[in-house]
Design a protein around this ligand. Structure first.
Ligand SMILES: CC(C)(COP(=O)(O)OP(=O)(O)OC[C@H]1O[C@@H](n2cnc3c(N)ncnc32)[C@H](O)[C@@H]1OP(=O)(O)O)[C@@H](O)C(=O)NCCC(=O)NCCS
Length: 167
């Protein structure tokens, strides 16, 4: 598995990987309409381009060195809160789940966050997404929950999770 920092030219690739991952991961959790709405808003060219222009926001593409293909990505933002990095997105295509890529990506993220001087990682996970168990297996814990109005008559019903670095 390899992680490569993404740039503007990778926006269509990120959009494609997000769609492939979301259509499988969120089927049965949120409606088809909500998946479309969120992909259109959160993964528009403009939105991703804005992220890439933010010096604290980084995208890394996850590739499988075995078959030379891109299989997913992570997107995170240092200093989202004081001393805290937010993991905004971690998505693998369904065929590449369960091979240890997610675990490796979180380990890489920890190194990057440590280098940045932050000492805490936070994220949102849908209450019905089994990814919560993945994060728990990597030392994250739920510290709160939230129902966020995202417009379009849709809400995100999430757990807030954190990983705190030991001193
Ligand atoms: C969640 C995701 C990033 C995890 O990555 P992954 O490569 O599939 O997970 P790994 O193979 O690295 O698994 C690491 C550990 O987590 C556990 N785990 C992974 N996914 C799990 C799940 N859905 N339920 C329970 N445990 C899970 C594994 O059993 C493994 O445990 P171990 O270390 O004790 O063997 C990936 O499955 C994915 O992209 N899912 C769809 C999109 C998604 O839901 N993203 C998160 C949005 S908040």
């Amino acid at each position: 598995m390899k992680l490569t920092e993404a740039t503007e030219k990778d926006i269509p690739l990120i959009q494609d990987l997000a769609r492939r991952s979301w259509e499988s991961a969120y089927a049965g959790i949120i409606s088809r309409e909500q998946i479309e709405y969120m992909l259109e808003n959160m993964y528009s060219e403009e939105e991703i381009s804005n992220h890439l222009q933010n010096p604290d926001y980084h995208y890394y593409l996850i590739s499988d060195e075995g078959n030379n293909s891109f299989e997913g990505f992570i997107g995170y933002e240092n200093n989202y809160e004081t001393g805290t990095t937010k993991l905004h997105r971690i998505y693998l295509v369904p065929e590449s789940k369960g091979k240890g890529f997610g675990k490796e990506a979180l380990s890489f993220l920890k190194d990057k966050v440590f280098e940045s001087g932050n000492n805490r990682i936070i994220l949102n996970v849908n209450k019905e997404n089994s990814a919560k168990k993945f994060y728990e297996s990597q030392g994250y814990r739920v510290y709160n929950e939230v129902v966020l109005d995202i417009g379009g008559n849709f809400v995100m019903d999430d757990y807030l999770m954190e990983y705190v670095f030991h001193k």
